[in-house]
Design a protein around this ligand. Sequence first.
Ligand SMILES: [Zn+2]
Length: 205
Amino acid sequence: MKDPTFKINPKFRLTTKHLSVVWHCIDKYTVECEATMEIPDRFIYQDKTGIELIVQYHTVIMDIVYHDSTNFETKKVQKWLRELMRDIMLRIAKRVLPARVKYWENMKGLHGSGVTVKRLRKNVLGYCTFNNHIALQPFLVIFKQDWMDGVILHEMAHYKYKHHRKSFWDFLSMLIGEDSKMVKVKDNIAMSPYYNYYLYLTKNK
Ligand SMILES: [Zn+2]
């Protein structure tokens, strides 16, 4: 798998239903003033030259305020932004994904024993345990609704069949109303432009 080459800087675009990143360049003095205000969900990045970044999070928007001389090239600033974005996505996912599972459970009259949203191994989008407990990857919230639903319905089909044999795919086809073998959620996600973001945000160093 190739390593993403981009950095999180003002060229970074993320515009999705559940989270959008909005960049604001203002003068350093105003950045310093704003940083003195204590506001919930405001995160400040500071180095020896002063305040470099302010991130303000509210529901679906992550405002990132910087100034002309903010340096986005350092490992430290990238790590800070990456971890913050990861935390915010996890918060969003914990609100959005279990609610979506509940929605589909009610629609399909098919009930499991609960949902956990947590970081899973890189190529795992979700899984279902033997006790019908679903675990989902938080990054599903930045992909298309159809794909998020595709992963959820796949895991819900495991409530009934704990394997990937024909009876499983037939049942899933019935749930989604089309041939489940033709729906390649994992491939779609891997080819989506946001997949690189997902790889970058999940890397540890
Ligand atoms: Zn499966």
